[in-house]
Design a protein around this ligand. Structure first.
Ligand SMILES: *Cc1c(COP(=O)(O)O)cnc(C)c1O
Length: 215
C-alpha cells in the first residue's frame, strides 16, 4: 500500500488555507512511508503505540514532531517524555501528574490535550463536561509546572450520520470556548475532517486517506 501523494497535496492545501494543522497518522505504517511525506515537507506525525513510536523516532529525522494520539498508560510515559511534541489523549489527573513528573526529569514542559468524551460509544475514552471542569479547576488551584494544557481533543461517533458527528464537534467546540487560554482543538479524522474544520477544529489527525487503509 503506497502513500497517496495527491491526496496529501490536496488535503494539505485545503487545511493550509484554513490555518488548520495536519497531523499525519502513521500508526502501523513503515518508516519508508513516513519518510515519503517528510520529504514533501510534512513534520507532524501521530502514533498510537508507545513502542512503535519510540522505534520510529529513533530511525527517522530528528526534526519530526511526534504526536502521541493513543491511550497512554502511566507506566509508558517515561519512554516518550524526552521527545514527544504533544500528547493528545490525556484522560485522567493521574496521567497528567505522571507526565508532569517525567517531563521534569527531562527538563521539559510537555503540551497536553485533555480528551473529551463526545461520542455515543461507551468504549471511547475521555472526560465528560463535569469532569473536565473539575480537572481544569484543580489545575488552576495547584498547577503542574512541567505540563501545559494546550487544548482539547475528541473523537466523534463512528457513524454514517454526519448530523450526529457535526453535533458532537459543536459540543466540543463550545467546551473549548469556555477556556480562553486553550489554543488547540484537535478534532477530525479521515472520515470527518471536513465537518470538523467547518466546526472550527484547528488540528486534524488523518491516517488512512494519506497512507491507505490499515490492516
Ligand atoms: C487512528 C487514529 C486517527 C486516524 O484515523 P483515520 O481514520 O485513519 O484518519 C485519528 N485519531 C486517532 C485518535 C486515531 O487513533
Amino acid at each position: 500500500m503506497a502513500v497517496n501523494i495527491s491526496a496529501y497535496n490536496n488535503i494539505k492545501n485545503y487545511l493550509d488555507e484554513k490555518h488548520v494543522q495536519l497531523v499525519a497518522v502513521s500508526k502501523t505504517k513503515p518508516v519508508e512511508d513516513i519518510l515519503e511525506l517528510y520529504l514533501l515537507g510534512q513534520r507532524d506525525f501521530g502514533e498510537n503505540y508507545v513502542q512503535e513510536l519510540v522505534e520510529k523516532a529513533e530511525k527517522l529525522p530528528k526534526d519530526i514532531r511526534w504526536h502521541f494520539i493513543g491511550h497512554l498508560q502511566t507506566n509508558k510515559v517515561k519512554l516518550i517524555a524526552p521527545f514527544v511534541q504533544l500528547i493528545h489523549g490525556v484522560d485522567s489527573l493521574k496521567l497528567l501528574k505522571e507526565i508532569n513528573k517525567q517531563a521534569a526529569k527531562s527538563e521539559r514542559v510537555i503540551d497536553c490535550l485533555l480528551q473529551v468524551h463526545i461520542a455515543q460509544e461507551e468504549t471511547k475514552f475521555g472526560f465528560d463536561e463535569a469532569e473536565l471542569n473539575q480537572v481544569m479547576s484543580q489545575l488552576n488551584d495547584s498547577p503542574l509546572t512541567n505540563i501545559q494544557i494546550a487544548g482539547l481533543m475528541g473523537m466523534a461517533s463512528f457513524t454514517e450520520n454526519m448530523e450526529i458527528v457535526k453535533e458532537e464537534f459543536q459540543k466540543l467546540k463550545a467546551l473549548f470556548d469556555q477556556f480562553p487560554k486553550l489554543r488547540i482543538l484537535s478534532m477530525g479524522m479521515s472520515s470527518d475532517y471536513k465537518i470538523a474544520v467547518v466546526e472550527k477544529s484547528n488540528m486534524v489527525r488523518i491516517g488512512s486517506l494519506l497512507f491507505g487503509q490499515r490492516v
